[in-house]
Design a protein around this ligand. Sequence first.
Ligand code: CP
Length: 312
Amino acid sequence: MKHYTSIHDIDDINSWIEDAKALKKDPLKHLELGRNKTLGLLFFNSSLRTRLSTQKAALNLGMNPIVMNVSGDAWGIEFGDGTVMNGNTAEHIKEAAAVISQYCDVIAVRAFPTLTDKAKDESEEVLNAFKKYASVPLVNMESATGHPLQALTDAITISEYKKKDRPKVVLSWAPHIKALPHAVANSFTQAMQKMDVDFVITNPKGYNLSPDIVGDTPVIHNQEEALKDADFVYVKNWSSYEDYGKVVNTDPNWMITKEKIGDAKFMHCLPVRRNVIVEDAVLDSDSSIVIQQANNRTYAAQLVLKKILENA
Ligand code: CP
């Protein structure tokens, strides 16, 4: 594997899950693999888990991670071809990516969507520009439309906590005050479609994810009906895809409560707004596995980096 930019870069999700579990048991086993190799982490947006767990993963493989907050600290990068650069951008991606490739053996990028320009977001302008102009492997740390490191983490976590061969997994939309990206929900959906699970999505009308993502997965607009007999409830807000990037519903009745969750395990990628997305009683109970889920971010990232280093 050269790049990890999408969940579709996983050839066999079950074997990846088992490999990640093995890394978790003995995280420093491959400390020599990344010796004298540098991972450059480029953040166009905020992060806690991705930033720290990906560095930790690199350190566990003996790599040297270097981090840059691109939006705040670097020159403004131009992505347009043939642009007359007499505006706010001072450096073209062609030079920036080529230069960074000389400093780093692997580049990891986080770049969120505009949520105002669907075509631009779906073109994955930033991620694909790095893919095109960098000469080293690329890792997606959450792009406009996908968060494959998170989705691999989620698959590992479900595998660890499942009590039956084919658990029921529900992806539920929950309310939020801001317009949020679709990336986590998209990649989670794609990961579940690769796993042997009974997977359904529940969201209000007007909040269906892209039909290209949903495919044949059932979408149920009645949350109570969807949650029935769930083993895992994966909760996430996303803005409307149909009315692109808009908040068209903030109905608090979609918040996840202890009563709704029943015996299921509660999952969320974090950060989560308490008592907006989910009530305290869920997060503060044994139903919640969000902390254990976040721990698995390290082993998902470590597996991806290991596969890239082994292929180099
Ligand atoms: N889940 C996740 O990606 O967390 P951060 O935004 O804090 O990195």
